[in-house]
Design a protein around this ligand. Sequence first.
Ligand code: AHR
Length: 671
Amino acid sequence: MNSIFSTLPIFLALSVASAVAEDTALVVDADQPIGKVSPLHYGLMTEEINHSYDGGLYAELVQNRAFLDNAGRPVHWSVVQGPGAAATITLDRAAPLNDILTNSLRLDAAYDEEEGGRARRPNSLRLDAATASKSGLAGIANDGYWGIPVKPHTKYRASFYARAAAGFKGPIKVAIESDDGVTTFAEAKVSGIGAGWKLHTVTLKTGNVTPTAKARLVLSINRPGTVWFDLVSLFPPTYHNRPNGNRVDIMQMLAGMKPSFLRFPGGNYVEGDTFESRFDWKKTIGPLARRPGHACCWGYRSSDGFGLLEFLDWCEDLKMEPVLAVYAGYNLNHTHIDAGPALQPCVQDALDEIEYVTGDTSTQWGAERAKDGHPAPFKLTYVEIGNEDEFDRSGSYDARFAQFYDAIKAKYPNLKCISTIGTEHRSQMIHSRKPDVIDEHYYSAAADFDRDSPAHWDKYDRNGPEIFVGEWAAYEDTKPWETPSRKLPPTPSLKAALADAAWMAAMERHSDLIVMQCYAPLFVNVNPGARQWRPDLIGYDALNVYGSPSYPAIRMFSQNHGDAILKTTVANPPLHYSVTKDAKTGDIYLKIVNTQSTPKLVEITLRGLASLAPDATAITLSAPGSGDSNSIDDPARVVPVTTTVRNIKPAFTHTFAPWSITVLRLKGVSL
Ligand code: AHR
């Protein structure tokens, strides 16, 4: 045992008290910064998976609002027939709202042909009420994303397009009611329904109701008639009151993480299963009625209500820097577009996209952004060319990357280009251009992170490209992409969080090299059938949101990262640790992760300080069992506890609890 304080009485006492404790010594040279902590180190990664936006962050409450999710049936819609009413609802392809809202799950021409030309036809929902009265309404009802969240004293904004057959002018009653139709929580009336399509907007206000998600949105009439509906929408209050905005509770969770960047829109979502189902950004901007949506690669349809500008607004709201991934010619079905003239339209699309993000209003796409409501350009430093292109076994990425790289650098010399093939796939890496950054993804068993974290980054060349760990997460045992993981809860336990923290400590220690990193996936709707992947960081249903134990772990790191990495020597490795300092405040952040079931005693020496405050703050995340976790019904089972640690001296010992993540915030004064 290599102990530098083994003669101290306190150490002896603690050793005796916890005979199983393994001791370690850690010496910090507080006057010797060995690298800078990247200010962008902690960020978010996001894509449409697990109902991240539709049925997630995007506050829209109506599922299948434009009747496009299924070509044959108005899924999530049902007919309402009060006492004595007789009505039917059907998808109707006649006299559509416009020629943009098409109903194809696959937007390719071949499929359209197979479907006899019907696949690309626009849709609306037609209500035929043969009989209806004040006491027996006829209408259409939407069941939302696993319910419609009803909260007390809350204003909802409903909107819809409608037109009617001759003889019907309204009114249409718009109501949020219980799913059995017995209780009305809020209602309003719309009149002036005519023969041509018209947009109607109303406010619905709830009273003193008990929160529930067992609710539906109903649009109904009290006399016979035929009415067509399209783009039926319902929004609760949104974060910063943005129209077409985000859920407040989820945004608050994210704000607590103090994220510095947002990697979007994927992930696989940027690539799509096919060329047609890639993230085609030009179809995700502008008025909602002009966004057709697309088949998302995770098995459901994206409305694209959450489009390019919504990603950017999200960045603005949380003061994050966008890290923009552009489609680079590879699809998940292993098809690709060869570099050269065939790829040029995709390169041009990427240049246009960058202009939409960064251009001033004198540029074509900057002006388009202004028209969409945001005249000021966004800051952009990093552009990612594709996603996980190591899956493209054809070897085409080198030339595709070069074509994007050259075009981007020619127009935007200050932008940094990220390659998506990491060091783990050395043989496939880019040779013809030197990427500014490489994106590496790690989904690892907890035991593997535990074992590999301490030494993993030591082998990296400090003169090579910067590293972006654009996706990472520990899973307990079952691989995320394997079927048994579907039977497990959507978010992981403390066991995974400990491994995540071990991994984060290693990444932070190397944050001179690792400029950015982010957990993935960020979100999961916890309702049965809503998810495609686990583990995930933040879970929600229509009413509530919670974080897995990895969520507070990430918060603890991102809120306590300082700006300099301090020289630290460990006498008895391996130990999961990171020691950093904030130059402005003098605070020293000492992070220790104990992944074991026994306490860990660490002898800590701080050298190179003029003085050290006797009190320190300890933030500790732990639980009685490593299998403990949080859930939608038990959201605060594993949460951090903040305590004051007294008698801090330049040499002191601290016992770190079994299965714990600790941040010790020490106040030092430099020499
Ligand atoms: O995070 C889930 C998926 O994992 C991402 O879409 C993809 O990039 C990775 O394979």
